[in-house]
Design a protein around this ligand. Structure first.
Ligand code: CA
Length: 441
């Protein structure tokens, strides 16, 4: 069978991927007997570190995702690129080495911005606004507003969020089953992770869980940035292994570049690094001793230095003194927002941050909950560690330039994706034109 070599990124697990996979397999790309794998990246939206059974959640059932841990490697220190969502350009890179690439995902607005929501097939909007009633499986999971299809409504023991996680897991199962049916499971690297931690300010019933990690979405405490990380490539990635190497979602691109022979973009600095050795089960000192910068807005508020993590600034949590608080370690700013609706994340404005000099330092091997700040009394190299971090941060800042945040200026009609024409004419931004089997540009 002609082997399909492709990369798929999904903002959410979505069944439309399956038809892309099937077509691509039939057509093939004619790359001969290369060892390069198919690549499937599953990026779940707002799934917390503690939301999968294989990461310790007891009141949801996730057998399909758990199979990735059983048949592949589970990374317990997989760090998101940011504490809120972001974008990828991996598909463009892999096209340069003859991969057929595709993406299924979503552009999501709030409930009040429903027309911003759309379904895309490759670069084509095929439905706008999204009709949630028509979504058979898992498209919008596990992000609020937590729609469930009837088969998954009220089935989990983890509430509405648990229902969403189980429906997402079901979709992952269908994708993995299709890889089996097509006979390409052994030739396919599957990576599953999340983009950021739980949206705690939406309340306990709507948000995921961090598995005991501090903080949540929007924060550079581990609860906002540490994600479940799973990678499976039968015969290549060790099965049943648990890795505590510090991995970044930003590593996916350089890793795939090394794996496929693609060239990384040369016009910019690449923050990630290849983790191929770690995927193959070999400890890589460069990965283990790495530096990672954790941004909040335009500023680095925390950094990973090998096994240590330093906080230069932490959010000032808003206290909610009610007997049943909406959330803890969170920022639903002001008493008027303690009405059960939540909505605000901790932001990065100076007045809402507490600055630390020397920084708070935690040992991420011994204290991943970030409860016990270290000092010179605990570790002999404390002063040297802090000095090195400050020096490295200054060098890092010298390589970046502030860029206007386009999200703050939305909605700008020219920037809002629209079925036909421009957002200036809202009526033009409505369509339902998905056809099964059609290849969209
Ligand atoms: Ca997200």
């Amino acid at each position: 069978m002609a082997r399909w070599r492709g990369w798929l990124a999904m903002v959410l697990v979505v069944l439309a991927v399956l038809s892309v996979l099937g077509r691509a397999t039939e057509e093939g790309t004619g790359l001969g007997s290369s060892e390069r794998p198919n690549v499937l990246v599953l990026l779940v939206d707002d799934l917390g570190y503690g939301d999968l059974a294989c990461f310790g959640r007891e009141n949801v059932s996730t057998p399909n995702v758990d199979s990735l841990a059983r048949d592949g490697t589970k990374f317990v220190q997989w760090i998101s690129a940011a504490s809120v969502c972001k974008e990828h350009t991996i598909g463009e890179m892999l096209r340069t080495v003859d991969y057929a690439t595709g993406m299924s995902g979503k552009w999501q607005g709030t409930a009040e911005e429903v027309q911003y929501c759309m379904i895309m097939a490759n670069n084509t909007i095929v439905e706008q606004p999204t009709n949630y009633d028509n979504l058979t499986q898992s498209y919008v999971h596990v992000h609020s507003p937590l729609f469930s299809s009837p088969a998954f409504f009220n089935v989990s023991r983890g509430g509405r969020f648990g229902d969403n996680v189980e429906e997402m897991d079901h979709s992952v199962g269908r994708i993995l089953n299709t890889l089996d049916e097509l006979g390409i499971a052994n030739d396919t690297l599957v990576i599953l992770t999340s983009d950021n931690g739980p949206f705690a300010e939406e309340g306990w019933d709507k948000a995921g869980r961090t598995g005991g990690l501090k903080g949540s979405k929007g924060q550079t405490y581990e609860g906002g940035i540490r994600m479940p990380g799973l990678a499976r490539w039968p015969g290549r990635i060790p099965a049943g292994r648990v890795s505590n190497a510090p991995i970044s979602t930003l590593d996916i691109m350089p890793t795939l570049a090394e794996l496929t022979g693609a060239s990384l973009p040369a016009d910019r600095l690449i923050d990630g690094m290849s983790i191929l050795n770690e995927l193959y089960g070999q400890e890589d000192p460069a990965v283990r001793n790495r530096t990672m910068w954790h941004y909040c807005g335009h500023n680095v508020t925390a950094a990973r230095f090998g096994r240590y993590k330093l906080h230069f600034a932490t959010p000032v949590w808003t206290s909610d003194a009610r007997p049943s608080p909406l959330c803890t370690e969170c920022c639903p700013y002001g008493p008027t927002n303690f009405n059960g609706t939540g909505g605000s994340l901790c932001d990065c404005a100076e007045e809402n941050l507490l600055f630390h000099d020397p920084p708070l330092v935690f040992d991420m091997i011994l204290d991943m909950e970030e409860n016990y700040p270290l000092s010179a009394a605990n570790i002999t190299n404390f002063d040297q560690l802090v000095a090195s971090a400050k020096s490295a941060l200054a060098a890092h800042y010298a390589t970046v330039q502030p860029f206007p945040n386009q999200m703050l200026s939305l909605p700008v009609p020219a920037l809002v994706p629209c079925c036909e024409g421009s957002w200036v004419n809202h009526d033009a931004c409505m369509c339902q034109r998905y056809q099964e089997g059609h290849v969209y540009p």
